[in-house]
Design a protein around this ligand. Structure first.
Ligand code: FAD
Length: 326
């Protein structure tokens, strides 16, 4: 089977990011999952075992003091070394800030093709098919590449898009020391950890998202969105109109100019379903809409719809959910 190399991002202490599970899950759909990760010396105890639990048959560990000093070059150097070692058919990275940048640099370094922001991947007759949601989410396109043509296909995956997970294995570990890269690179001058100000899941990766729109009517009423999210263990999102009205901070915005999400469940409260909003959420597995206008476009893409006022329907939903827990 062809090796599928995943680029695993880690926290400063060497914990794998949440994207690791889905990258390795996607890799297992295409071939033998392998992982490459770069650690600062003395970090990442237990990382190899964790990557094995997530399905990495091979782990390429690169130790580099440069990770504390430079933004992307140590990662690109480690990926180049891992590609030379494993000759993978595909390199998968998360469509995160770092994943995108490293994937682009790797593609340039290897003169390989790159497909970004895929929402699904599959193998078909020896070829790799990457599925994209394009033009504001109005179309789904497929990019077909042939990994047998000598260079790996480089793909970035939208966080939350792939639900498949790989079975646990005991990985084979190879340590590499990538050559120091002296090309000009963005330099890290200081690192400040920002503690999460919410116990709710991260919007980008949450399995469930409850979003509110202008239909909530006020910042005070927007509290309902948070209450339903908490009853479901979901992240809170919003339409741009809700953000512009000051109901919620801008980092909650879902859509073309906000965050793209692909949760298992997306609940839209008082959101009309403008194309720019749909662009960021319509790959969700199940969409539920609550809107008082039965002709609202959000119902065109909703799997379940409730025509009603959010201020009466949402408290009933919360009550029903808490009744189930009792
Ligand atoms: P509205 O369109 O005003 O809809 C409110 C909805 O709430 C209506 O359907 C109404 O029937 C319903 N409603 C009202 N009261 C109640 C009630 N009491 N109970 C139940 N339902 C009620 N938008 C985004 O969301 N994300 C983006 O990233 C984004 N990017 C954009 C980029 C560009 C370049 C442009 C031009 C626009 C962008 N927009 C974006 C804005 C987008 O076009 C819409 O204006 C916006 O999504 C509308 O938000 P909304 O659905 O909350 O508000």
């Amino acid at each position: 089977m062809v090796n599928i190399l995943t680029f695993i991002e880690t926290s400063p202490s060497g914990e794998p990011h949440e994207s690791a599970a889905e990258l390795l899950g996607a890799a297992a759909l295409l071939g033998d999952p392998a992982a490459v990760t770069v650690l600062a010396p003395g970090t990442g105890p237990g990382l190899v075992e964790r990557l094995g639990q997530l399905g990495a048959k091979q782990v390429i560990l690169a130790e580099s003091t440069q990770v504390r000093a430079e933004l992307t070059s140590p990662y690109t150097a480690a990926l180049v070394a891992a590609v030379e070692l494993l000759a993978p058919g595909v390199v998968l990275a998360a469509h995160s800030l770092r994943g995108r940048e490293v994937a682009a640099r790797l593609a340039a370094r290897l003169k390989a093709g790159i497909c970004t922001d895929a929402v699904a991947v599959r193998g078909e007759a020896g070829k790799i098919v990457a599925v994209h949601s394009v033009l504001g989410g109005s179309y789904t396109t497929e990019a077909v590449t042939d990994p047998s043509e000598g260079r790996p296909v480089i793909l970035t995956l939208r966080p939350g898009a792939v639900a498949d997970r790989a079975p646990a294995v005991t990985p084979e570990v190879t340590k590499v020391t990538p050559p120091r890269d002296d090309r000009p690179a963005a330099v890290i001058e200081a690192v400040h950890e920002i503690p999460a100000d919410s116990s709710r899941p991260d919007l980008r990766r949450a399995a469930k998202v409850v979003s509110g729109g202008r239909g909530l009517g006020s910042k005070e009423n927007f509290v309902l969105v948070g209450e339903l999210a908490d009853a479901l263990g979901a992240a809170v999102g919003a339409s741009r109109a809700a953000v512009d009205a000051g109901y919620v901070p801008p980092d909650a915005q879902v859509g073309q100019t906000g965050t793209s999400v692909s949760p298992q469940l997306y609940i839209a409260l008082g959101i009309s379903g403008a194309i720019q909003h749909r662009a960021g959420m319509q790959t969700a597995t199940t969409i539920v809409a609550i809107n008082k206008d039965e002709d609202a476009p959000i119902f065109d893409i909703a799997d379940f719809g409730i025509v009603g006022d959010v201020s009466t329907v949402v408290p009933q939903c919360i009550e029903a959910l808490s009744g189930r827990r009792r």
